[in-house]
Write a protein that binds this ligand. Structure first.
Ligand code: FAD
Length: 397
């Protein structure tokens, strides 16, 4: 069918983005006409950064009411592009990436919409103005509404490594005296920078998470209470995008992809704030304490992502039966521990000597990956054995 109307998602306001509780767009109910009146009471309430604001016909406008963010469908312009009475849009002009869509500001001046334009999964208003919700507790309602948005956020890792890997597997620079230069992928640090094993692991994990979301959606499962899935999706989104430094040429599209992917640090939910979906309970009640240990929450969320990534990587490699799979797995796993060594050292889970051993293991695995003939990796179970002291408290307790 022909696409007749396009829409936009309007949650962020000038005054508040991550803290959805702070949004102040108004929606008053007029019982005499059975309409909601959507209004922007102040500059801080203007909806900002809204994708497709300059072209779209309808906006899903969020406002805080009845103890939770509720979503109203508000007409913005008709099919011929004429603005709906009371709606103003302002183009936010050029941005770093995602040039395929324009972002703008939405301002509502007492815009009237029918009562039925309130999306009703989490709450509705009867003709005589009474609010009811299937979720009775106010805090559960708030969490349920936001959680509903989390798992469906897009998976957006742009893994640019393919172009980089190709280039590095053919180009040669430096080498032993009087011999051919070596492929640049064989330079130890170059391979690590490309993070091919990590890219592979994340590809499998992303597929796994996408499959979980698909299954859950198809089977009508309750995504809101699936905290583990939400944490995984948020964790995957928060990844730094893997870049390949060769691609400064515009023809490789890497600069523009990089510009697009950078925006995802905050777009569709700021990464720092999203990582916290891992633990949500009583966050506001104990805000100061919560804020003081935010770095632990962050580490915990990362650890969760690392664990699922390792599990999925192992599973996928077994299924694919890739010849160098075990070496890749060991390289990725050891590298992850090495990468996080500061935390292990700080918390006495690792000694300085262990840290050095792990670094040397990373390079041993790297040599094996780059030169399969020297492979000493025989079995899955015996090889991935970094000597980290047994933690007194498990990260997952
Ligand atoms: C290109 C682009 C397109 C967008 N499109 C849309 C759209 O279509 N619809 C829409 O509604 N919104 C859209 N947004 C807005 C986007 O969702 C918000 O930018 C995002 O939610 C963050 O909000 P904020 O910018 O107000 O930052 P703030 O929430 O003010 O955060 C600012 C900084 O403080 C940090 N911070 C905030 N809270 C915490 C916390 N609890 N813990 C640790 N650190 C914290 C953040 O990490 C961030 O670095 C878009 C943004 C961009 C850049």
């Amino acid at each position: 069918p022909e696409l007749q109307f396009t829409g936009m998602f309007a949650m962020t306001e000038r005054g508040h983005g991550s803290n959805v509780r702070g949004i102040i767009t108004e929606a008053r109910y007029d019982q005499s006409t059975q309409e909601f009146i959507i209004h922007t009471p102040s500059e801080d309430a203007q909806k900002m950064y809204i994708g497709n604001a300059m072209k779209g016909n309808y906006a899903a406008v969020f406002k805080m009411s009845f103890s939770g963010p509720h979503c109203f469908i508000v007409p913005i312009r008709d099919q011929n592009g004429f603005m709906w009475p009371g709606v103003t849009t302002i183009d936010m002009k050029h941005k770093q990436g995602l040039h395929g869509v324009d972002n703008g500001i939405l301002i509502f001046n007492n815009v009237r919409i029918p009562r039925g334009n309130l999306l009703r999964e989490f709450g509705s208003v009867s003709a005589d103005g009474l609010y009811s919700s299937p979720v009775l507790s106010k805090s559960s309602r708030f969490n349920a509404m936001l959680a509903a948005l989390t798992p469906t956020r897009p998976f957006t890792h742009c893994v640019f490594s393919t172009a980089g890997a190709r280039h590095c597997s053919t180009r040669r620079q430096f080498g032993p005296k009087d011999q051919d230069e070596v492929k640049i992928i064989q330079h130890q640090m170059q391979y690590l920078r490309l993070m091919l094993a990590a890219a592979l692991a994340l590809t499998f994990t992303t597929r796994y998470a996408a499959g979980l979301v698909d299954d859950a959606l198809c089977q009508g499962q309750d995504l809101q209470s699936n905290r583990a899935l939400q944490a995984l999706v948020a964790g995957l989104k928060s990844l730094q995008h893997v870049g390949e430094h060769r691609g400064f040429m515009m023809e490789n599209r890497i600069p523009s992809l990089k510009c697009d992917s950078d925006v995802f640090v905050t777009f569709v939910g700021d990464n720092m704030a999203m990582l916290q979906v891992f633990i949500k309970k009583n966050k506001d009640e104990f805000f100061m304490a919560w804020n003081a240990c935010l770095h632990h929450v962050n580490t915990l969320a990362m650890a969760h992502r690392h664990r699922v990534t390792l599990e999925q990587f192992a599973l996928a490699l077994r299924q694919c039966n890739i010849k160098r799979g075990p070496c890749l797995f060991c390289l990725h796993g050891t590298r992850m521990v090495y990468q996080e060594r500061a935390w292990y050292l700080e918390n006495n889970y690792m000694t300085l000597n262990t840290s050095r051993q792990i670094r040397s293991q990373v390079f041993t695995h790297l040599t094996t990956v780059l030169n399969p003939k020297t492979s000493k990796t025989k079995a899955w179970s015996s090889t991935f054995s970094v000597t980290v002291m047994t933690p007194k408290v498990s990260l997952y307790q």
